[in-house]
Design a protein. Structure first.
Length: 109
């Protein structure tokens, strides 16, 4: 999840976006149009960490995880469904969740 700072006139817009929804800027198709991209805007923001994975599901053939973000464990409304590719930087919580699921299935069998 990515949190953005919003101007006061945008307060009705939700401040959190899924990183998986961001797309790179495409270059212009206009001939001889070589406009330099603007410099990156550096915003001091919190880095999000996965506290734990609560659940998983298959949606449209893709694996999704219900993620509890560190610092928001007391607020279940802050948990979010994230596509598995969004958790590539968090291999330990995914591994822990998978092992938990596998061991619970072994006990049922």
């Amino acid at each position: 999840m990515l949190a953005i700072k919003r101007p006061s006139q945008w307060k009705s817009i939700h401040p959190f976006f899924r990183i998986s929804l961001l797309k790179p800027v495409k270059t212009s198709k206009i001939p001889n149009w070589n406009q330099e991209p603007p410099p990156p805007i550096l915003i001091e923001e919190e880095e999000w960490e996965v506290s734990q994975i609560l659940d998983s599901k298959i949606k449209r053939g893709k694996l999704w995880y219900l993620v509890e973000w560190k610092g928001f464990s007391q607020n279940p409304e802050r948990s979010a469904w994230e596509p598995s590719k969004s958790l590539n930087y968090f291999p330990e919580p995914v591994k822990k969740f998978t092992l938990c699921i596998l061991t619970s299935q072994d006990q049922v069998l």
